[in-house]
Design a protein around this ligand. Structure first.
Ligand SMILES: C[S@@+](CC[C@H](N)C(=O)[O-])C[C@H]1O[C@@H](n2cnc3c(N)ncnc32)[C@H](O)[C@@H]1O
Length: 453
């Protein structure tokens, strides 16, 4: 029954889309209960509610026959209905608008939440109230910037500016009110020194273990990131989408998989657990020793390890069904990267797949290089994210021990091009965010899944 009502209400929204598409906004009243004396309407750009037919008709058609807009397109989505009685339905969902006003301004677009109340009439469900509501502006702006993060500095300034507007808008009576509540509660919510210095604990434990020569996986002092032993960044404690595909798909393939640049083997262990056979490789034997220690005994027969450094490390041709290389290729210079991808092609059996993940200029300190990246990209530089001197981006005076002096931040297009020229067919090429806060809009990583046909 609710499904039928859901379909009926979705049809009303589809009809509203058709009317908006026709640009004859006055026709929207056909979807409303014209017998209702007080229709309620709130559009996201309105300062206040439109209540009653005079206000509503004036809103749809300020000057009948003329319109201020060149074009508007409305799309309703994720509609959910809640029947209130036989005659009334409450519905919520989202609306996407894209529009262009007359005049010099450009087109713009946005998404808002909606809710609506419908009354049953002889000719179907009719609106009696409709509301569009935005998220709070700071959150909304942050989400827009997350989709389009080309100018990070402006993002920070805008956020601060918006927050100041909020701060100035606090009601004068709020402060004594807040103080009274806090006095009544008689508790101080200060962040304790212990908590503030909490990040030091893993650093001190790591230092102590290093001094006494205890070989253990270091503690994460940045949530989700375990420091590597050799200064080559951090291993993510969570699997990203592309690594997850490696784990899932390798376990269904018959043969050996390679996880190169595996660190302590987050992906290796996950693949072993799913039933894959894995050769784990890393430039640091210490990482591989700890991986062997961490691997449950029953999985050890399916694990091999080999220490070595890209691009020089070699494996037999046609020996793997899949190769995973996560957040390691960006340490290679362009010619080393090209050589490595060609080697990977040779190491794979026909039908085998590579799963490659790299950092981009949208991640961490490399964001400082974004303006240069954009310039080089525009000028057609084949490796626009190649940073010759990491000190241009890192907030430290010297290159950290073990780190390369350069960084080759990649993007899905550059990676795709090199994979194709090595002979691969691309299955997926995309930007994505850190594994822990996986988001469709994040661009911290470039990921590729490609196949050797
Ligand atoms: C940033 S960590 C990534 C670890 C893990 N794969 C992940 O995605 O979280 C980079 C790893 O690659 C290894 N590595 C860096 N450069 C390498 C190279 N040229 N050859 C082989 N391994 C390398 C480092 O030792 C380290 O374990």
């Amino acid at each position: 029954m609710t499904q039928e009502l859901q379909t009926e209400i979705e049809q009303v929204f589809k009809e509203a889309e058709r009317i908006w598409d026709s640009q004859k906004y006055g026709d929207l009243k056909r979807l409303w209960d014209e017998d209702d004396p007080d229709p309620f309407y709130l559009a996201e750009e309105q300062a206040d509610w439109k209540i009653g037919w005079d206000e509503l008709k004036k809103y749809w058609e300020p000057v009948p026959g003329k319109r201020m807009l060149e074009a508007i397109r409305m799309r309703f989505y994720n509609i959910k209905v809640k029947p209130l009685s036989d005659d009334f339905i409450f519905a919520v969902g989202w609306v996407r608008h894209d529009m262009k006003m007359r005049g010099p301004m450009k087109a713009w677009g946005g998404d808002a939440r909606i809710s609506a109340l419908f009354r049953k009439k002889e000719d179907g469900w009719k609106f009696i109230a409709y509301t569009e509501s935005h998220k709070t502006p700071v959150i909304y702006m942050q989400e827009l910037y997350a989709k389009w993060s080309k100018i990070p500095l402006i993002h920070t300034i805008t956020k601060r500016f918006l927050m100041q507007l909020y701060e100035r808008n606090v009601h004068p009576k709020f402060e004594p009110f807040r103080r009274r509540i806090m006095d009544d509660e008689n508790k101080e919510y200060k962040v304790s020194i212990k908590r503030r210095l909490g990040f030091l604990k893993p650093i001190l434990i790591n230092l102590y273990n290093k001094i006494i020569g205890k070989k253990v996986i270091p503690k994460a002092y940045i949530p989700g990131l375990v420091p590597c032993l050799n200064g080559r960044g951090f291993m993510e404690e969570d699997l990203n989408d592309v690594s997850q595909s490696f784990v899932e798909e390798s376990s269904k393939m018959d043969g050996l998989s390679l996880d190169v640049g595996c660190a302590y083997g987050i992906a290796t262990i996950a693949a072993l657990e799913k039933g894959a056979e894995v050769l784990a490789s890393d430039m640091d034997q210490g990482h591989l020793d700890l991986l062997l220690e961490e691997t449950p005994d029953e999985l050890k027969p399916k694990l091999k390890t080999k220490a070595g450094k890209l691009p020089d490390i070699d494996f037999e041709n046609d020996s793997f069904v899949s190769i995973h290389c996560s957040r390691c290729l960006h340490f290679l210079k362009p010619d080393e990267l090209i050589e490595t991808i060609q080697n990977m092609y040779a190491w794979l059996k026909p039908g085998g797949r590579v799963y490659l993940i790299t950092d981009t200029c949208f991640s961490g300190p490399w964001k400082n290089y974004l303006p240069e990246y954009e310039k080089k990209l525009k000028a057609g530089d084949p490796f626009p994210g190649f940073i010759e001197d990491v000190l241009d981006c890192l907030p430290v005076p010297r290159v950290p021990k073990g780190m390369t002096p350069h960084m080759n931040c990649l993007d899905p297009d550059t990676l795709s091009r090199e994979c194709k020229s090595a002979g691969f067919e691309i299955i997926t090429a995309k930007f994505f965010g850190p594994a822990r806060a996986s988001s469709d809009y994040g661009k911290d990583h470039a990921g590729i899944i490609a196949v050797k046909n």
